[in-house]
Design a protein around this ligand. Structure first.
Ligand SMILES: [Zn+2]
Length: 59
């Protein structure tokens, strides 16, 4: 094991080191989420829900 094996870089692309098993620095999941929405759903959460109706129809 090395130090590099115990840290990851934030998945949003900002190069911030995050702990092992973490994918994003604090709050950066929102950055990535916004980027994802911009690319895939016209920056619209409504579009996301519309195309993911199986997620919201579960009660
Ligand atoms: Zn980040």
């Amino acid at each position: 094991m090395t130090d590099t094996a115990t840290t990851n870089r934030c998945y949003c692309g900002c190069q911030t080191a995050v702990g092992y098993g973490r994918t994003f620095a604090a709050g950066h999941d929102k950055i990535a989420e916004a980027a994802y929405l911009a690319v895939h759903h016209n920056s619209s959460v409504a579009e996301l829900l519309k195309t993911s109706s199986h997620l919201v129809s579960r009660r």
